[in-house]
Design a protein around this ligand. Sequence first.
Ligand SMILES: Cc1cc2nc3c(=O)[nH]c(=O)nc-3n(C[C@H](O)[C@H](O)[C@H](O)COP(=O)(O)O)c2cc1C
Length: 305
Amino acid sequence: MKLGEIDFGGNLILAPMAGVSDIGFRDVCSYFGADATYSEMLSARAMLHNPKKTSLMTIYSEMERVKIGQIFGHEPEIMAQAISNPLLNHYQIIDINMGCPAPKIVKNGEGSALLKDLPLASKIISTCVKASDRPVSVKIRLGFDHDNSLEIGRMCQESGASFVTLHARTTEQGYSGFADYESIARLKSALKIPVIGNGDVVDEKSYAQMLATGVDGVMIGRGAQGNPFIFSKLKGLDYDDDILKVIKRHIEILRKYYDEDFITKYMRKHLLWYAHFLKGEERIKVATSPSIDDSIEIIARNITK
Ligand SMILES: Cc1cc2nc3c(=O)[nH]c(=O)nc-3n(C[C@H](O)[C@H](O)[C@H](O)COP(=O)(O)O)c2cc1C
């Protein structure tokens, strides 16, 4: 995928995942072939009032290629101001979150709540596009409670978005059911701007099904959890699937920025994803261990079983 001067080099994109896509995870996914990476969603308001809180969420690894910073909010002017915050300087693209279904975001009229208020959504996009020296993209769902993705996608295009990413579920669906690839294909044929398809790509088969929609790029979220190799695999590249090496690299990067106590608790979910083969007692130990090195040892002991 190409966007003016910005060459993605390929079509595989790591999804933004709040509480998951930390700098270490983005690094290992990039190492295994993710062509573009997103930040976790960043509050436009927080950037204005409490930039310190946001700054750790905007650090990046040299391994990352096309870097996309995602913001969320509901006030056009505040979002436009956020774009010029120096914290976002290194992102080549700014993305606007219009897909988050989390109740605490939706109740503020942010994330996917904007799919119920297309005039405001359009105002946000056009104000951000005007204020930005970089392309502005939008991440959407099919709709809030029904599929009106064509109307939403056209609105994004008319408001100046450079591309849209469609997670093909409604907000009401949350993560249940399956992503609707037919809607992705329909949107792709209706728009002039590139469309990135998202939802349930976890292996070669689902990747081929997503590509058959004609999309310009494919975004992968949960399929990469504990499995950064997915990017190499889908690219048909040779890769070393040594999970211990990946875990150690992920942690080594986090140790440059975070204290051990935070990393120990934070990494538990990632360790359990990486070590999907762990069962019973050993799994519980990793889920509760006060020492990350002990957890690594447990995983190492079980790796060949
Ligand atoms: C834990 C988690 C956190 C997420 N955080 C974000 C986010 O910050 N911004 C966003 O646009 N989408 C977020 N998403 C949605 C994903 O980017 C993606 O659209 C969704 O998981 C569907 O893709 P998948 O089936 O490949 O996982 C999140 C998803 C998960 C599971």
